[in-house]
Ligand binder design. Structure first.
Ligand code: 6PG
Length: 242
């Protein structure tokens, strides 16, 4: 029985809304056990509908700490900013407490931003040196090349299991980025992928059923972890044997 669980949908909206409901359930489960819940969100295009769902739900946002899976090295008001995507479509409309958002300073040099982001996560979650954050939910996307977060094929950071965040030169524009590292994605209590588009079918097949090669298909880091991973898919089919 695979650890990868399929949730298939006919279109991006139903996939995103069901994914949002699933994430909210996981966060509510977390609040039943702990004072605060933690969520790390990805950027790109697909999450826009997820954020539309989230801004429409009743949730004690003051009990949620929000982090970013990755960020581009651009100012927070830049059209390429993952923070801007979340802020415009979700955080501002729900009046999400700004002090509960831990974001990457995209406006400063990306190596410095990566160091500061790791430090900010450690401080906010009261982590000791070497301790990884355990997010209740990590929301991930995947590119047609099988990258996830800003973990791109062939990048040396793919082997890192101890760091929190790192600067990378991505294969997707804009290239300079800060990304959470594999160890943090693996430590999450729940990893959720939201994918839309047939252009990702080949990568999805390889990530789920192809030869294991995380250097080639970084999303395998999560998919092959043995831990439960929930996939919300629009316009894609679930490969045989996944
Ligand atoms: C980013 C994202 C990235 C994204 C995938 C899918 O900053 O670009 O975090 O990892 O999830 O590239 O992007 P789309 O949702 O636009 O297809």
């Amino acid at each position: 029985m695979s650890n990868n669980v399929a949730h298939l949908f006919p279109n991006a909206r139903t996939a995103a809304f069901d994914c949002g409901a699933f994430i909210v359930e996981r966060l509510q489960d977390a609040l039943a056990k702990r004072e605060q819940a933690t969520l790390a969100v990805s950027g790109g295009n697909t999450p826009k509908l997820l954020f539309e769902y989230l801004r429409g739900v009743e949730f004690p946002w003051a009990k949620l700490l929000l982090f970013f899976v990755d960020e581009r090295a651009v100012p927070p008001n830049d059209s390429d900013s993952n923070f801007r995507l979340a802020n415009k479509n979700f955080l501002e409309p729900v009046a999400f407490p700004r002090e509960n958002v831990v974001s990457v300073h995209g406006e400063i040099p990306y190596r410095t931003a990566a160091e500061e982001y790791s430090k900010a996560i450690r401080e906010r979650l009261h982590l000791v040196e070497g301790e990884l954050p355990v997010f209740d939910v990590v929301h991930l996307g995947m590119g047609p090349d099988g990258h996830t977060a800003s973990l791109f094929p062939g990048d040396p950071v793919l082997a890192d299991r101890t760091g929190i965040a790192a600067p990378v030169i991505g294969k997707k524009m804009p290239p300079e980025r800060v990304t959470l590292l594999p160890g943090v994605l693996l430590a999450a209590r729940s990893a959720v992928f939201l994918l839309d588009g047939a252009d990702k079918q080949k990568a999805l097949n390889e990530v789920l059923t192809g030869a294991e090669d995380v250097q080639k298909y970084p999303a395998q880091i999560v998919a092959r972890s043995g831990q439960r991973v929930d996939w919300f898919l629009a316009g894609l089919h679930w490969p045989e044997g996944a």
